[in-house]
Design a protein around this ligand. Structure first.
Ligand code: FES
Length: 205
């Protein structure tokens, strides 16, 4: 016969089982999981907790990992697609998806794939960026100078098609102006690279 105590026990076991199954899929250090959980607890009962949680996680780690999105989804009981949608909509959030090193790049190039940008030729801009950087969306150049991501909207629909480079918006782009812009940034990247090599050389002396 079921009693309230039995039901509570089954619910508890169920909860532990699903928590263990959930944690099996999280491949980040325990300290990071603890920090993320603390941030979530701080905002969980507030109004509209998602943005403050994402902001605090980004402030702490300088990026938001896929695992963090999964933990938020589980804790807030909201679909992962919604959490990802909000995080990728706000271009100031840096997403670090499994298998990528997006945050290690010196220059983060984000292109908007929203409808206004799409109808004004974002696809041609994407092709030109791929050609100039030699990487596709979701990839990072081998020297970690450039990352390339697609986001839902940069909040610059009035000047579409738009891209953000390290969160600075560049709008009304054509493939040609994109190439000129990227060649300037590549020049900056070369200078940074030379300085880094010089510093490494000095440290090894
Ligand atoms: S749709 Fe491209 S910036 Fe908003």
């Amino acid at each position: 016969m079921f009693t309230i105590m039995n039901i509570n026990l089954y619910l508890r076991l169920d909860y532990i089982y699903f928590t263990v199954k959930f944690m099996e899929n999280i491949n980040i250090p325990l300290s990071e999981i603890t920090a993320i959980n603390e941030i979530i607890s701080t905002h969980q009962n507030g109004i509209g907790p998602l943005i403050p949680i994402l902001q605090d996680i980004q402030d702490k780690f300088n990026y938001i990992s896929e695992e963090a999105l999964e933990i938020i989804s589980e804790k807030l009981q909201q679909p992962i697609a919604h959490i990802y949608g909000v995080a990728s909509f706000h271009y100031q959030f840096k997403l670090k998806m499994k298998g990528t090193e997006i945050t290690q790049a010196e220059f983060s190039v984000k292109i908007c794939s929203g409808s206004p940008c799409h109808v004004r030729g974002a696809n041609k801009i994407i092709e030109r960026i791929e050609k100039c950087l030699g990487i596709k969306p979701g990839e990072v150049t081998k020297d970690h100078m450039f990352s390339f991501e697609m986001v839902d909207c940069l909040g610059a629909c009035g000047i579409s098609p738009a891209i953000a480079i390290n969160d600075k918006i560049h709008g009304k782009l054509t493939p040609e102006s994109t190439e000129i812009l990227l060649s300037k940034i590549k020049h900056q990247a070369e200078i940074i690279d030379i300085k880094k090599r010089a510093a490494e050389h000095k440290n090894n002396e």
